[in-house]
Design a protein around this ligand. Structure first.
Ligand SMILES: Cc1cc2nc3c(=O)[nH]c(=O)nc-3n(C[C@H](O)[C@H](O)[C@H](O)COP(=O)(O)OP(=O)(O)OC[C@H]3O[C@@H](n4cnc5c(N)ncnc54)[C@H](O)[C@@H]3O)c2cc1C
Ligand code: FES
Ligand code: FES
Length: 470
């Protein structure tokens, strides 16, 4: 289909405290809009795929706080009805903020290319955590690459800025999100209810279903594809909800990983550790649980962990909804149970019960901001020192995230000790025939999948094991 130049509306949002509107196609990248339409050149383009942080901006959606996000993989569609702050919008009464002052006086910038992105990432941190621990500062910088300064003076600048405090962000009222806007041959729908989302999905089965855009934005940049019709899930009340009960949580599909982290951190600490290694703060602020599952990547981090925890997934269409085990959702490489008239509505994750143990280990080439080579997730219910029930799920070992049922069966009813663990490791060969790719060879994957099971047994025995990059 050839795009037309029809303009029937504008993308409306607040930019650096002022209401603005731009007649740009909804699939324009936010970075293009900022630099080339708004003429604000402080936001830089480095990698254009969410990795380097040079394009970091602050985004406020609904009642939420401002959070750091990557403008290069965000689209104008995601700006409608929000507040966007670029580095030009940080000055307060014409003066630099204490963080900017500290970056300048501390020698935290040399060539300066990364500096605006770093300032925005750290501003997002200190606004949401006014007294950040050193670990939180490192976490906040995991998505920002600096090639010439070194991170120590940057971390020091963050600490002194936190001590000094930052000016309160503006509280500009947001323009209402438009339910439909068509510009230049690209149409954006922003339904507010699951029923409306399902009706649009049935009517436009070829439309792009856009959640946080952290996968779609990279794919769009790689393939230079145009999106002629976008259905955003960001406004759908049911998909944005977190429902907590004594039994667990139901996360709407458009709940972000940052929000999942806040919900589960006390009950499932190992899951929280995994989520802290999920991309960067920028990616976790935008990327959603439904998007991670919808992408159906064999190396996505969410699915193995959620499968091992026994999560259910609810799929909805105009005809109704159905709930299945998440492990049954993935059929073959990037093929899932999702029909063309369905959307992912929610994921339900149980809370821990007495005697249950859960560990998830991510093995990647780099500790931060990297996708898994192998991810192993292990849930066990122990009774009288023996494994009464278990679910082991791996990513990176097959075309889909998958349970290791032969390995599980070999350990059921036995204590978790050297013989039973080594047998469970041997049985992994019945469960998986991994591929070799640039992340790791088949042999490496088999060996490390076993090593993760061995690590589980050491961890549950309370022994300390030093393993690089786990
Ligand atoms: C720099 C970077 C680092 C990353 N690091 C990690 C990592 O460490 N671990 C990891 O697992 N992933 C990682 N990712 C991938 C990505 O961030 C996650 O998969 C994320 O959860 C995707 O969510 P999203 O909301 O951004 O999805 P989107 O990009 O909006 O959508 C992804 C897919 O899901 C579909 N979809 C979204 N919502 C629904 C719905 N409700 N119903 C049906 N289909 C839907 C979309 O149509 C699309 O096909 C990274 C990505 C980047 C760019
Ligand atoms: S330009 Fe590198 S993260 Fe956006
Ligand atoms: S100061 Fe040059 S890349 Fe950071």
């Amino acid at each position: 289909m050839t795009p037309t130049t029809r303009t029937e509306g504008c993308i409306r949002f607040v930019l650096n405290g002022e209401p603005v509107e731009f007649a740009v196609r909804p699939d324009t990248t936010a970075l293009d809009l900022i630099r080339n339409h708004a003429g604000l050149k402080g936001t830089k383009e480095g990698c254009a795929e969410g990795d380097c942080g040079a394009c970091t901006v602050l985004l406020r959606r609904g009642d939420g706080p401002r959070r750091a996000a990557n403008a290069c993989i965000m689209t104008a569609a995601q700006l409608d009805g929000t507040e966007l702050t670029t580095v030009e919008g940080l000055k307060h009464d014409g003066a630099l903020t204490p963080l900017q002052e500290a970056m300048a006086s501390n020698g935290s910038s040399q060539c300066g290319f990364c500096t605006p992105g770093i300032v925005m990432a750290l501003t997002g941190l200190v606004e949401n955590d006014p007294d950040p621990a050193e670990e939180a500062i490192h976490d906040a910088l995991a998505g920002n690459l600096c090639r010439c300064t070194g991170y120590r003076p940057i971390v020091e600048a963050a600490k002194s800025a936190a001590k000094a405090g930052l000016p309160a962000p503006s509280a500009a009222s947001l323009p209402p999100r438009q339910e439909e806007v068509a510009i230049g041959g690209s149409v954006l729908h922003q339904p507010r209810t699951l029923a409306d989302l399902a009706a649009l999905r049935a009517r436009y089965p070829d439309a792009v279903i856009l959640a946080g855009g952290t996968d779609l934005g990279v794919a769009r940049a790689d393939y230079h594809s145009d999106w002629h019709r976008i259905i955003s899930t960001a406004q759908v009340a049911e998909l944005r909800a977190v429902t907590e009960t004594d039994d667990g949580w139901t996360f709407g599909a458009a709940v972000t990983w940052e929000e999942v982290l806040q919900a589960v951190r006390d009950d499932w600490p190992s899951l929280a550790t995994l989520i802290r290694r999920f991309g960067s703060t920028q990616i976790r602020a935008m990327g959603t649980v439904g998007g991670n599952i919808g992408t159906a990547s064999p190396i996505g981090d969410g699915p193995p962990a959620l499968i091992a925890l026994g999560a259910d997934i609810t799929l909805a269409s105009a005809a109704g909804s159905r709930t299945i085990k998440l492990e049954d959702f993935f059929l073959d490489y990037r093929k899932t149970e999702l029909r063309s008239d369905e959307v992912i509505a929610s994921v339900t994750v149980p809370r821990p019960k007495p005697g249950e143990e859960f560990r998830v280990y991510k093995l990647s080439k780099r500790y931060d901001q990297d996708i898994s080579t192998v991810c192993g997730a292990f849930w066990l219910a122990m009774e009288d020192g023996k494994v009464a029930a278990c679910r082991f799920a791996y990513g990176g070992m097959a075309a889909i995230p998958k349970r290791a049922k032969a390995s599980e069966n070999s350990i059921l009813g036995r204590p978790l000790e050297s013989d039973s663990v080594e047998e469970a490791i041997a049985r992994l060969a019945d469960d998986f025939t991994p591929l070799s790719d640039w992340r790791g060879s088949a042999d490496y994957r088999m060996k490390t999948a076993g090593a993760l099971l061995r690590r589980l047994s050491h961890d549950l025995a309370g022994e300390t094991v030093e393993v690089m990059a786990l």
